[in-house]
Design a binder for this molecule. Structure first.
Ligand code: GRF
Length: 190
């Protein structure tokens, strides 16, 4: 079965997925897609010899090019890993229940438009939350609103700064995303 990863930035989660599936004979990461030609994830894809595709707003929202590309590669599952744009309706309709995302908070708190990266961690800290967490969820037409697949929490200790909170969240993401993606893709029937 075949995965396409969408990412807009560093791609540390994408990297963990590439490492995880590298020697898997049944699951292949067949393509990395990004809206950002400077995204470090492109270098990560290169180093794993995974092809990549850079697209702009017009291609993503006004054409079916991306869908054609995914179909031609027989992609079974779309995995978002730090992808910043809202997924258009046509793509959701082509891949019902087959697009998943990871969010660095325990949804439904600290989600929605504009809630990404450091903004999430800052908001969690400013709210004085005793815990942070991650949510892996299906993607629908609204930011961070699809059905939850998996959530995990970490403790925020007194004195934790932004870097530490971020680090704790990232550790959890890296630990769980690859295995959750694997369990989801195993259930997909060809
Ligand atoms: C992660 O925190 C993820 O939860 C969010 O964007 C971040 C991506 O980080 N959706 P990276 O590019 O995988 O390092």
């Amino acid at each position: 079965k075949r995965i396409a990863i969408f990412a807009s930035g560093s791609g540390s989660n994408a990297q963990k997925l590439m490492e995880h599936f590298k020697r898997n004979t049944e699951v292949e990461i067949a393509l990395v897609l990004t809206n950002n030609s400077d995204a470090y994830v492109l270098q990560r894809a290169d180093s794993f010899e995974i092809p990549s595709h850079i697209f702009d707003k017009h291609e993503f929202y006004k054409t079916d090019n991306i869908i054609d590309l995914l179909k031609n590669l027989s992609i079974d599952l779309i995995v978002l890993a730090g992808f910043m744009w809202l997924i258009p309706k046509n793509l959701i309709h082509e891949y019902p229940g087959r697009i998943i995302n990871i969010h660095p908070a325990i949804l439904p708190k600290f989600g929605g438009k504009g809630m990404y990266g450091d903004f999430v961690h800052k908001a969690v800290m400013e709210a004085g939350e005793p815990e942070g967490g991650i949510t892996i969820h299906y993607v629908n037409e609204n930011y961070d609103e699809g059905e939850y697949i998996y959530q995990a929490k970490y403790r925020i200790d007194k004195g934790d700064n932004l870097e530490m909170v971020k680090f704790k969240g990232q550790q959890l993401e890296h630990l769980h995303y690859p295995r959750v993606v694997e369990s989801i893709i195993k259930k997909i029937k060809k």
